[in-house]
Design a protein around this ligand. Structure first.
Ligand code: SF4
Ligand code: SF4
Length: 266
């Protein structure tokens, strides 16, 4: 996991782009002396799908989750809001979900960043020119992490499969795409405050987006068939994907969503 607090965790990003076939040596288990050290003093960006699954796991609303467990910041270069996990105000700046003996109490629903570690995702961190097909990864080595001394060797693809990030990346693809697209256009072209608010609502506050879609005349602006409407009504993942498509159409005038009015662009 990346870190912002150098006094507590020394973290080194290895300056080498990794692809799916790249190999690395690593294993993490309860027997390592450093168990749970990586869950303190960290900086974890939450993806839309992370927030969906974590709030469901905790059985709370999007508003409650955002208020209790997150901080909000603007992603440099993209100038778009992102959400990070709020750490406890204890000596070690612990993740609210870590316990000394047990480890992660939401392990099955832990965020993508925790699953990826010791890999980082290039698309969201890289500040240069990126094309849609340029998915790449990099290695993050934290000084306390003994997982690199274990014998097990992985390919990046096997690690992603083992950690269950493939399915999450597929759901989050529309969100990543929006950020990458915004990063690659000149910085002088800004999103309006209203556009940033819409982006925030769709990506991070699914309950609010649901009310926005179904408790207003919103759907009258689209030519969506009944099956799609039922899908987005009954499945928050489908609603999220629809939201990404809508934002792509709204911000970049791309995609398959046919907006019949343009008042939401302004
Ligand atoms: S081996 Fe690394 S990832 Fe595993 S608990 Fe230790 S510090 Fe965390
Ligand atoms: S969510 Fe779980 S795995 Fe991730 S930092 Fe917190 S305790 Fe550790």
């Amino acid at each position: 996991m990346n870190t912002t607090n150098d006094t507590e965790i020394k973290s080194e990003v290895i300056p080498e782009q990794l692809g799916n076939t790249s190999q690395f040596r690593f294993q993490c288990h309860k027997g390592v002396k450093c168990f749970t050290k990586c869950c303190r003093g960290i900086d974890i960006m939450l993806t839309p799908y992370d927030i969906l699954t974590m709030k469901k796991r905790l059985d709370i609303s999007s508003d409650e989750f955002l208020a209790l467990y997150t901080d909000i910041r603007l992603l440099e270069k993209a100038d778009m809001p992102v959400v990070t996990l709020k750490l406890l105000d204890d000596d070690q700046k612990s993740c609210p979900f870590v316990r000394d003996e047990e480890g992660c109490i939401i392990y099955e629903d832990r965020p993508s960043t925790c699953r990826y570690y010791p890999l980082g995702m290039g698309a969201l961190s890289y500040a240069g020119q990126i094309n849609d097909n340029d998915a790449f990864f990099f290695m993050v080595k934290e000084s306390h992490c003994l997982g690199f001394q274990e014998e097990k060797t992985w390919s990046v693809a096997d690690w992603r499969e083992d950690q269950g990030v493939n399915v999450r990346d597929e759901v989050n693809a529309g969100w990543t795409d929006l950020i990458v697209k915004k990063k690659t256009i000149p910085a002088s072209i800004k999103l309006t405050e209203k556009s940033k608010q819409l982006f925030f609502m769709v990506c991070y506050n699914i309950d609010k987006f649901k009310r926005f879609v179904f408790e207003s005349s919103f759907l009258e602006k689209f030519s969506l068939d009944d099956d799609r409407i039922e899908a987005i009504r009954n499945d928050d993942v489908e609603l999220l994907k629809f939201g990404f498509e809508w934002l792509k159409s709204l911000f970049f005038e791309e995609g398959n969503i046919n907006i019949t009015g343009d008042e939401l662009r302004n």
